[in-house]
Write a protein of this length. Structure first.
Lengths: 331, 324
């Protein structure tokens, strides 16, 4: 009898424990680049995997492969009782706006865009600040005084990267020349490494010797082209230095992994709040990557200059113009 | 002046790189279409081959084994298309589109199952790719004005598949216009009854044409994933199969004009990359959207105004029925 009671008690404890762990049913909808784009989506994926390993809570996921799927995917997640749901990428904003109204009790987090609804948390980054830093590094690493930028889809967000980069390059070398290319005007521009490689080569032909890619999966082609031509490349979003040690100068890191991890974590703790979060250099939301793969490429002077720029931006001594504030790059 | 010359040579160099898969695929289409088979499945065959080549190269570490695998997959798909269109007299367009959809899904699915990287194959090291071949004396001759630059930048320094593609053009011309097989190939696309009454198997000829098509498409796919890039990515052909088909029609189903059309498309692509963001005198910066639409606008203008009517092989798309 006693043993049965203990067993029953144990079973009760275990059941309640399990119920506690299953309090949230998180879900994520990745965007067109796919979760193995080695960049933006993969950063989110890494953050979520960290959460899953720590808590043992599995999450539902969906990779959008064409534009019409976004709304369906978000709605299906909400219908199946997932909460919170992460919408990855600026392009999901219109879809999320509809779905979030339909499911006011579901908590949504969108990364890279603002959706102003009472049940939506928007996480955006000051990419221009991080891009400024890698711009400084690019200008200092360039021997020709010419650097390149390859963007993905031609949207204000990517222009924001380009504009910050430009300012950083000119800050370190006022005479520098910058070539800019956008891969395309449709979402397929996030996943076209062949085109990315050709664009990078076209910039190398014109004399550029450092190229910064903010282009999701397209960047893979850019970094490969840099390696094949013996030039330097700068990664984006995730730390991509490991892809080609020796030709990856650095990466502009955008801590989407932290943002994604925090969404699930705060939802689990009950501290999740709707509203807008803006993460910049001061919040360590963006930065530049220095690790064992690129240590030899970064000189002491370069490191000092970049770190100086970083402190100055945080202190407000350098103002980096945000392209999206007025949709121009005049500063 | 010298710099401008170097830049234009480098643009032509990029043209060759970009045009290579188009040239191979449009020659592949030429074999199929000249035999009377509509081949809208060039895209799918390239994609299938690109995946197989990258996967085998990643596993074996040999680009050549990858190439063989790519060609194998491409031939298999071409024969599947043939089986549907020749043996079962199915609709050529439907079968071709089916192949495109099939490979778009299958490559990613097999890729996920095999490598667990969302359909990508692992990045290939240099040993498992076709890398640039520097011609003898390229550095030594580089000092000679004009010729040296042309030799070093334009002729030397491509991977072997680029040379294969451009050698395939005269070879195709020779096969199609100067051999018995070529004569029969053209005849079977124009008038299969005549070929049949001469005692030659229409089906047999068309299957052989599909094998030629498969080989060339296979090389094009392998070029994409193991030479131009270093690994396979989802939908990496990005519509190049359709552009190759357009180039074939543009070139009126003849090898050299088709190659020139491919070079034109490649050149416009290369120019587009270089014109972006450049301030032109009098005009100012050109919008990205316009630059990217330029190749297509030019195609329409050229097709409508300068090239004249493109007449397809007469029996194209019609299944051959021996007895009615």
């Amino acid at each position: 009898m006693k043993r049965m009671l203990i067993a029953a008690g144990l079973a009760f404890v275990m059941a309640s424990g399990a119920a506690g762990a299953a309090e949230i049913k998180p879900a994520v909808v990745f965007d067109m680049g796919g979760k193995f784009d080695k960049s933006f989506n993969e950063g989110i994926y890494n953050g979520l995997e960290k959460f899953r390993k720590e808590t043992g809570i599995a999450y539902r996921e969906f990779e959008v492969t064409n534009e019409t799927q976004r709304e369906q995917a978000l709605r299906r997640m909400a219908q199946r009782g997932s909460d919170p749901v992460i919408a990855v990428g600026f392009a999901q904003a219109p879809a999320l706006e509809k779905v979030a109204r339909e499911f006011p009790d579901t908590r949504f987090t969108i990364i890279d865009m603002v959706v102003d609804l009472p049940n939506v948390q928007s996480v955006v980054f000051k990419e221009h600040e991080g891009s400024f830093l890698v711009g400084v590094a690019a200008a200092m690493a360039s021997k020709t005084g010419k650097v390149g930028f390859v963007g993905g889809m031609d949207i204000p967000l990517i222009r924001k990267f380009a504009c910050g980069y430009e300012q950083g390059v000119l800050y370190a070398n006022p005479d520098a020349e910058i070539f800019q290319n956008m891969t395309g005007t449709t979402p397929s521009a996030w996943n076209n490494p062949t085109k990315g490689g050709e664009l990078a080569r076209s910039q190398f032909d014109r004399g550029a010797d450092v190229v910064y890619a903010a282009a999701g999966g397209t960047g893979i082609g850019v970094y490969q082209a840099a390696k094949d031509s013996g030039k330097l490349a700068i990664g984006v979003d995730s730390n991509q230095n490991y892809l080609h040690p020796g030709t990856m100068l650095t990466s502009m890191t955008k801590r989407v992994d932290v943002a994604a991890y925090n969404t699930f974590k705060t939802a689990l703790d009950g501290t999740w709040k709707p509203g807008i979060q803006v993460l910049g250099l001061a919040e360590d939301g963006v930065g530049w990557a220095l690790d064992e793969h690129n240590r030899d490429l970064v000189s002491a002077a370069m490191k000092a200059k970049v770190e100086q720029a970083r402190t100055d931006i945080i202190a407000g001594k350098i103002k980096v113009h945000d392209y999206m504030a007025d949709n121009t790059c005049n500063y | 002046m010298e710099e401008a010359f170097l830049l234009s040579v480098l643009t032509l160099d990029a043209t060759l790189r970009v045009a290579t898969p188009l040239v191979l695929a449009s020659l592949a289409g030429l074999f199929a279409e000249r035999s009377g088979i509509v081949d809208i499945g060039l895209e799918g065959k390239m994609l299938g081959s690109a995946f197989a080549a990258a996967a085998v190269a990643a596993v074996s570490g040999s680009a050549w084994l990858g190439l063989v695998a790519g060609i194998g997959v491409s031939i298999a798909l071409a024969l599947l298309h043939g089986f549907a269109c020749i043996t079962h007299r199915g609709n050529h367009v439907v079968s071709g589109v089916a192949i495109n959809i099939l490979t778009a899904g299958l490559t990613v699915m097999v890729g996920i199952a095999w490598f667990s990287r969302g359909g990508q194959t692992p990045a290939l090291p240099d040993g498992a790719r076709f890398t640039a071949i520097v011609w003898p004396g390229a550095q030594a001759l580089a000092g000679i004005p004009v010729f040296g630059t042309l030799y070093k930048e334009l002729l030397s320094g491509h991977n072997i598949l680029v040379y294969v593609a451009f050698l395939a053009v005269p070879l195709t011309w020779w096969v199609v216009y100067r051999t018995r097989f070529g004569l029969r190939l053209r005849a079977v696309g124009e008038h299969p009854e005549a070929v049949d009454s001469a005692g030659i198997s229409v089906a047999g000829l068309r299957y052989r044409a599909m094998i030629c098509c498969g080989v060339l498409c296979g090389i094009a796919g392998a070029y994409l994933s193991t030479a131009q890039n270093a690994g396979f990515g989802r939908d990496m052909t990005a519509g190049q199969g359709y552009i190759a088909l357009a180039a074939l029609i543009f070139g009126k189903w003849r090898p050299v004009p088709a190659m020139l059309a491919c070079l034109l498309f490649g050149f416009l692509d290369a120019i587009a990359a270089r014109l972006q963001g450049v301030e032109l005198p009098m005009i100012g910066a050109i919008p990205v959207q316009f630059i990217q639409a330029l190749p297509y606008v030019l195609t329409v203008v050229l097709l409508a105004g300068f090239i004249g009517k493109a007449v397809a092989p007469r029996a194209i798309g019609e299944p051959y029925v021996k007895e009615r």
